[in-house]
Ligand binder design. Structure first.
Ligand code: NAP
Ligand code: G4F
Length: 326
């Protein structure tokens, strides 16, 4: 029998990679999309004829219930969120509504409409925040440092609570930062690789960043969606840290990205106070040994390969733009 999956956040970075993965496995893929004045379908344009899109919003319970009724999914992946940490200080209530309560709305819907469906919650290493141990694993303390972080903690505990209260097959992936050429341009990795391409081709002269010393455990999004799927194939639901086990500073990322284009980063990068956050997560480093042991998951793309992949894709994009402009 053909398996079906509903993905919230299908138009986002992870939603697009997960759709490709599930289609490759023969799934019928449904995606929840919100109404926008201009559709945001660029990341799934190449598979639009293979997925079914259902209009709905994480802030609207009835549209979620309708999407679940229409898709009758075997698996539900809740990837939708206001996912940009910096914005969460400006829009804390919206972030709480979408990123926190949105998860509860989906859990409620699944619980009533399709209680046997396996559920995935996109939890985040931002929940560890001000870390008390390194590396962080599934038992490390949560100390969120932003409205995004505390909304994710709420959603994470909701997922555990629905599992324990109603026996739902609900799992959380505590994913550390994962990037790709499809990463939103506001996140630091893509902001850097986009700027490298623009500077290298003469479209820009400088790059302004915030905290260059913050350290992140950066992996490749294409590897991380495989872990999401693996979690829902297990007999028992559970929570898993997904990470590479390596950490690098923002400065190191910038140095390598500029180097890939033959440029010295120090000549172009400056610090702008505008990008310094009210509270910072200084260091993230994940221990994914549980995922390796139980799911058989491990990252395949290295940090260096990830940086190269992102720089090359951005260079290609701007080179094509330049050709078209001629
Ligand atoms: P992303 O690219 O920002 O995508 C977010 C998705 O959520 C988009 O499809 C967006 O739709 C949708 N969305 C936002 N508000 C919505 C609403 N009110 N109703 C319905 N959909 C809404 O995020 P991502 O990087 O793919 O991350 C996927 C999930 O993993 C997120 O929950 C994120 O918080 C979490 N996470 C990400 C990372 C990471 O490093 N990438 C790490 C840990 C956890 P539009 O296209 O219409 O805006
Ligand atoms: O790329 P970022 O904006 O990602 P952040 O805050 O780590 O959040 C991402 O990863 C989380 C997982 O840990 C996800 F849950 C979340 O949804 C999102 O995908 O910032 C990374 C670091 C921060 O320390 C930030 O202060 O880079 C630092 N940074 C320095 N200059 C900057 C900049 N970040 C951004 N976005 N822009 C800058 O100019």
């Amino acid at each position: 029998m053909t398996k079906s999956a509903l993905i919230t956040g299908i138009t986002g970075q992870d939603g697009s990679y997960l759709s490709e993965l599930l289609l490759g496995k023969g799934y019928k893929v449904y995606g929840l999309i919100r109404r926008l004045s201009t559709p945001n379908l660029a990341r799934i344009e190449h598979i639009l004829d293979q997925v079914e899109l259902i209009e709905g919003d994480l802030t609207d319970q009835s549209s979620i219930n309708n999407a679940l009724k229409e898709s009758q999914p075997c698996e539900v992946y809740n990837l939708a969120a206001q996912s940009f940490v910096a914005t969460s200080w400006n829009q804390p209530v919206l972030t709480g509504d979408v990123t926190g309560l949105g998860a509860v709305r989906i859990l409620e819907g699944v619980c009533h409409v399709c209680p046997d469906a396996h559920f995935y919650q996109a939890s985040s290493s931002e929940m560890f925040g001000k870390v008390n141990e390194s590396p962080q694993n599934e038992n490390s303390r949560f100390y969120p440092r932003s409205p995004y972080g505390f909304a994710k903690v709420y959603a994470h505990w909701a997922c555990i609570n629905y599992r324990e209260s109603y026996g739902m097959h609900a799992s959380s992936g505590i994913l550390f930062n994962h990037e790709s050429p499809r990463r939103g341009i506001e996140f630091v990795t893509r902001k850097i690789t986009d700027a490298v391409a623009r500077i290298s081709l003469g479209f820009a002269k400088e790059l302004r960043l915030g905290n260059l010393d913050a350290k992140r455990d950066w992996g490749f999004a294409g590897d991380y969606v495989k872990a999401m799927w693996l979690m829902l194939q297990q007999k028992e639901p559970d929570d898993y840290v997904i990470a590479t086990g390596e950490t690098h500073s923002v400065g190191e990322f910038a140095e390598l990205a500029f180097h890939e284009a033959g440029l010295d980063w120090k000549k172009y990068v400056s610090v702008d106070q505008k990008f310094i956050r009210p509270a910072e997560v200084n260091l993230l480093l994940g221990d994914a040994s549980k995922a390796r042991r139980i799911l058989g998951w491990k990252p395949e793309v290295t940090f260096e390969e990830l940086v190269k992949m992102m720089v090359r894709e951005d260079l290609k994009r701007y080179e094509e733009k330049r050709k078209l402009a001629k």
